[in-house]
Every structure is written in C-alpha cells, then in structure tokens.
Design a protein around this ligand. Structure first.
Ligand code: SAM
Length: 296
C-alpha cells in the first residue's frame, strides 16, 4: 500500500494519503485538464499500480498535475485486451495492491472500458471504489436546459440506419430526457432519424466540445436542429440531449381499450395500476372504470 506525497494537482498540496487495497476507478477530464478532483490526484499519486485504457493519455495527465510515476509502470487495459489482461489486473487487486484504473477521458464504464473489470472484481468479492468526476453525459444534461428530474443515458446509437431507427423507436416512449453520444460524422444522420422516429417538435440540445475552448450548445426542436446541422461540417466531440415525448391525453375510449387487454391477464387492481401508469391517468378513475367493466 503506497502513500501519496504531495500530489501537486494544480499546485495544491493534497497531503499524505494512503490508498487502500482495491480497484479504484478514477474519472479524468473530458477537456479542461484542471477538471480533476483532488481525490483523483491522490489515488493516481498513491496507488501501487496504474492501469489505463490509454497509457500515454494518463501519463500526460499525470505530468500536467506534477504526479511522478515513481518507478510504477502503467498497464494497458481496454475492451479488447482479452481475458489475460483482466485476470492480471484482478490478481494484483487480490494480492492486496491498490490499483487505479482510468479510461481515456471522463468516467470509466460510461461508454468506456471498465465494466468487465468491475463485474469480475465484484464477483470475486474484491473492494471497488470510485473517485467520481467529469462525465460528458452529465455535463451535457446540466447545460442543455432540458428536464433533469429523470434521464436515460443511451450511449451511442447503432451506425446502420435500420438498426438506428429501431433503437430510437425503443426510446420513443421513455418518460425521461434522453442522452446520447454521437460522432460528428454521424450527427446529421442521427438527427434526421430522430425527426422521423421521435417527431419534429421535441426540444433537444447539441452539446459540443464541453469544457473546451470552442464549447457550444445549440438548442431547438429536432426538426430545426436537423435542418441546421445538415448544412454544417461538424467537428469535435458531442452529446445529443432530447426531451421526453409530450404527454398524450388519454381518451375514455383509450382507457377502455387498454383495460380490455390488461384485464385478460391481470386482476382488476393490477390492470388499473398498469393502465394508469401507461396512460398517465389517475388510478382512481381507471380503477372505477375497471370495476364497472367487470360488473357489466
Ligand atoms: N467516459 C466518457 C464520459 O464519461 O463521458 C465517455 C467516453 S465515450 C468513448 C466518448 C464520447 O463522449 C464522445 O464521442 C462524445 O460523444 C462524448 N464526449 C466526451 N467528451 C466530450 C466533450 N468534451 N464534449 C462533448 N462530448 C464529449
């Protein structure tokens, strides 16, 4: 177990810290190098072993913040490293070493490697911690101006048109703000499919180059954004944030139709709960209609 000396992050002294044995996921900046927490610097400074998706990026980040490698090597680990690399990292944790893992940028596991490591460490009963920090999805949600009470992070949409439309259809009715990552090359195709599958009028935001010099947030309806971006040569990294569908006002006929199906396999109570949630109508009203139907 290694002790940190003065992890010189941004010229600050983070003091002596002992990093306990375990697998420690460390979030790193998504643009601005100073977006790293003091605790993340402690962990990078004090861990016995450093593991990274991109070893060069991690070394560079440590250099910027004045953290010495001190004879430690940086082991490479990413999604295609194979079972040998995974078991090597786990063995080090099992031996009682403190192992810090950083992906190329942002929070490990979020459209980045780390899940297989976390799953295997959890299954083996090994300690896992996170030094939380930057994540493009959360940063985009924060600046989008769209509702943040409930959101769904959907990662990258498939690249083939048919699969992408099917993927979007699966998100269409989700009662939450949608957050997607996308490459600038495919943004225009994604927005065009969103107009078709999610509708023209949903509010959305394209959040580009977050925390970087040319940071830009463009807000509008999906159709406005699709038209605007079809003409643009987009560069950099971006996140697409889309509002949930406007609530549908359920008619009495729609409630009857939904109850008819639901009551074939559910009790009156369960069918009323299910239909009221699905159609976003008061359960009391739906329950009364269900009872009347049963008595007819
Ligand atoms: N693990 C990272 C995180 O916590 O956000 C995400 C890694 S994923 C491989 C990279 C994608 O995240 C990019 O293609 C882009 O969609 C998004 N992204 C990363 N940095 C960004 C930034 N500074 N501005 C906008 N989007 C960004």
């Amino acid at each position: 177990m290694r002790q940190t000396s003065d992890a010189a992050g941004s010229g600050q002294k983070t003091g002596l810290r002992t990093i306990p044995p375990g697998l420690h996921f460390v979030a790193t900046p998504i643009g601005a190098a100073r977006d790293i927490t003091l605790r993340a610097l402690d962990v990078l400074s004090g861990a016995d072993v450093l593991v990274a998706e991109d070893t060069r990026t991690l070394r560079h980040l440590m250099e910027i913040h004045g953290i010495a490698l001190g004879g430690r090597i940086v082991i490479s680990y990413h999604d295609h490293s194979g079972a040998g690399a995974l078991s090597r990292v786990l063995s080090l944790v099992a031996e009682g070493k403190s192992v810090a893992y950083a992906s190329e940028a942002g929070t490990p596991l979020i459209s980045d490697p780390g899940f297989e490591l976390a799953r295997a460490a959890a299954a083996a009963g090994l300690p896992i911690t996170a030094a939380p920090g930057p994540c493009a999805a959360i940063c985009a949600l924060t600046v989008s101006g769209l509702p943040s009470d409930r959101f769904l992070f959907a990662g990258f949409a498939p690249t083939a048109k048919g699969a992408r439309r099917e993927f979007l259809a699966g998100l269409a009715a989700v009662p939450a703000t949608l957050i997607l990552y996308e490459s600038p090359k495919r943004l225009s195709a994604l927005l065009a499919d969103m107009v078709v599958v999610l509708g023209r009028d949903r509010q959305a935001a394209i959040c580009r180059e977050l925390t970087k010099r040319y940071e830009e947030v463009t807000r509008g309806t999906l159709s406005d954004l699709a038209a605007g971006y079809s003409e643009r040569d987009v560069k950099g990294e971006l996140v697409v944030v889309v509002d949930r569908a406007a609530p549908v006002v359920a008619t009495e006929a729609a409630i009857h139709a939904a109850l008819e199906t639901a009551m074939q396999s559910m009790s009156v109570k369960d069918a009323a709960t299910f239909v009221s949630q699905t159609l976003n109508v008061s359960r009391k009203i739906v329950y009364q209609i269900a009872v009347d139907r049963r008595q007819e």
